[in-house]
Design a protein around this ligand. Structure first.
Ligand SMILES: Nc1ncnc2c1ncn2[C@@H]1O[C@H](COP(=O)(O)OP(=O)(O)OP(=O)(O)O)[C@@H](O)[C@H]1O
Ligand SMILES: [Mg+2]
Length: 363
C-alpha cells in the first residue's frame, strides 16, 4: 500500500469565532480523482483552499505524499490550483501565459519550451499558442488555465468549479477533457463542484459535504446505490429521489397514503406503528397494470424530453412524486395512473431530521 497522496486529519476552520469546517478526516490515494460536492456554503472551497495553503487551518493536519505541509507556503506543497475565473494575462500570448509561472521559477528556457509544447499537445491548443486570451473562446481560455497548471508538473491538481463559467454544452465537453487528462497524467486530483453530474462522471471517490461535515464518501456507485441518509440520497441523482411518508403495519407490511405494500425487504426494526420514509428513485418506479402492489396517483404534469419523460404525480394524501420513463405513451395531466414501487429498489430512512438509512440488522 503506497502512502496516501493527501491526508487530512481532523481539519477545522473558524472565521473569527464562527466555525465553518468541523473536523474532517480524509485519505486520498495516489492518482485518485476525488470530488467534493455539496450545497452552496457547505465549505467545499474553504477545504480546498486549506489544502492549497491559501487559507490557514484552525486545527488539524494536512499531509501531501507523507509530508506534513500544514504550515508550508502554497508554492512549497507540490500542488496547483485551477479556479473558476481563469485570470489569464491579457497582454501575453497563450505561449507566454503558459510559460509565465516557470519563468518566475527560473526554469531553464529549453525545459520551459518542452513543457509548454507538451501541455499544448495534451490540451489540443497547439494551434493557439501565438494568440492572446482575448482571441479565444471561453472553453479555449479554460484549457489555457489548465495548461498553466500542467506545465508546473504538480503532485496534486486542485480544481474549484473550473467549468461553472461555461455554457452547458461546453461544460459537458470540458468535463470529458478533464476525465481524459486525469487518465493521461494519472495525478491525484481534487475537484470541487456543486454539480452532481460532474461529481458522478468524474470521481473515483465522491465526498458529500454539508455544513462543514462529511455526510458520506465513496465511489459514485456506492453513493448512488447505498446513500447513508436522506440528504445524500436526495442530493445525488436527478430528478431527486422520491421520499414518501410510510407507516409500519402488523405482519411486516407498510402503508403509504392509505395503500398497503408488502414488506418484502422491509427492515425488521420498522414495526407496526413506526413512521418512516420510503425512498425510491424516479427511474425505478414502474407504471403498473392495476394490481396488489400498485398505488393510484394523479398526474399533475407530463414533461416530454425525447429520450426520457418525467411524470409529476400526487398521491391521495397530497404527497408528490416524480416518475421517470424511457418509453410509453404521453399521459395527460389530470389522469390517474397506477404505480408500482419494486421492493428491490426501495430504501428506508428514519423520519427524523437526521434521516438515517435503516437497513435490516440481519443483512
Ligand atoms: N472570509 C470569510 N469570512 C467569513 N466567513 C467565510 C469566509 N469565507 C467563507 N466563509 C463562510 O464559510 C462557509 C463555507 O464557505 P465556502 O466558500 O467554503 O463554501 P462553498 O461550499 O465553496 O460554497 P459555494 O458552492 O457557494 O462556492 C460559508 O458559510 C461562508 O459564508
Ligand atoms: Mg465555493
Amino acid at each position: 500500500m503506497d502512502k496516501a497522496s493527501v491526508c487530512l486529519k481532523n481539519i477545522r476552520k473558524s472565521y473569527g469565532n464562527l466555525p465553518v469546517v468541523h473536523g474532517i478526516d480524509l485519505d486520498i490515494r495516489e492518482g485518485e480523482f476525488v470530488v467534493f460536492v455539496g450545497p452552496s456554503g457547505c465549505g467545499k472551497s474553504t477545504l480546498l483552499r486549506m489544502i492549497a495553503g491559501l487559507e490557514d487551518v484552525t486545527d488539524g493536519e494536512i499531509s501531501i505524499k507523507g509530508r506534513d505541509v500544514t504550515d508550508l507556503d502554497p508554492s512549497d506543497r507540490g500542488i496547483v490550483m485551477v479556479f473558476q475565473s481563469y485570470a489569464l494575462y491579457p497582454h501575453m500570448s497563450v505561449r507566454e501565459n503558459l510559460a509565465f509561472g516557470l519563468k518566475m521559477a527560473r526554469t531553464d528556457a529549453a525545459e520551459i519550451s518542452r513543457r509548454v509544447d507538451q501541455a499544448a499537445a495534451i490540451l489540443k491548443i497547439d494551434q493557439l499558442l501565438e494568440r492572446r486570451p482575448g482571441q479565444l473562446s471561453g472553453g479555449q481560455r479554460q484549457r489555457v488555465a489548465i495548461g498553466r497548471a500542467i506545465v508546473r508538473k504538480p503532485d496534486v491538481f486542485l480544481f474549484d468549479e473550473p467549468l461553472s463559467n461555461l455554457d452547458a454544452e461546453l461544460r459537458v465537453s470540458m468535463r470529458i477533457e478533464i476525465a481524459r487528462l486525469h487518465r493521461e497524467l494519472g495525478n491525484t486530483m481534487i475537484y470541487v463542484t456543486h454539480d452532481q453530474t460532474e461529481a458522478m462522471t468524474l470521481a473515483d471517490k465522491i465526498v458529500v459535504l454539508r455544513n462543514g461535515k462529511v455526510e458520506q464518501s465513496g465511489s459514485p456507485r456506492e453513493i448512488y446505490e447505498n446513500p447513508s441518509n436522506v440528504f445524500v440520497a436526495g442530493f445525488i441523482g436527478s430528478p431527486r429521489m422520491n421520499f414518501l411518508k410510510a407507516v409500519g403495519q402488523a405482519g411486516r407490511s407498510f402503508k403509504i397514503a392509505g395503500n398497503e405494500f408488502d414488506g418484502l425487504g422491509l427492515p425488521s426494526q420498522l414495526l407496526e406503528g413506526t413512521e418512516f420514509m420510503m425512498g425510491i428513485r424516479p427511474e425505478h418506479i414502474a407504471i403498473a397494470a392495476d394490481g396488489a402492489r400498485a398505488i393510484s396517483a394523479r398526474v399533475e404534469f407530463f414533461e416530454y424530453l425525447g429520450g426520457t419523460r418525467y411524470i409529476y404525480c400526487s398521491l391521495e394524501d397530497g404527497q408528490n412524486l416524480v416518475v421517470e420513463q424511457r418509453s410509453g405513451k404521453d399521459i395527460e395531466a389530470g389522469s390517474l395512473i397506477a404505480l408500482d414501487f419494486p421492493a428491490e429498489h426501495r430504501l428506508y430512512f428514519d423520519s427524523d431530521a437526521a434521516g438515517r438509512r435503516v437497513v435490516n440488522q440481519h443483512q
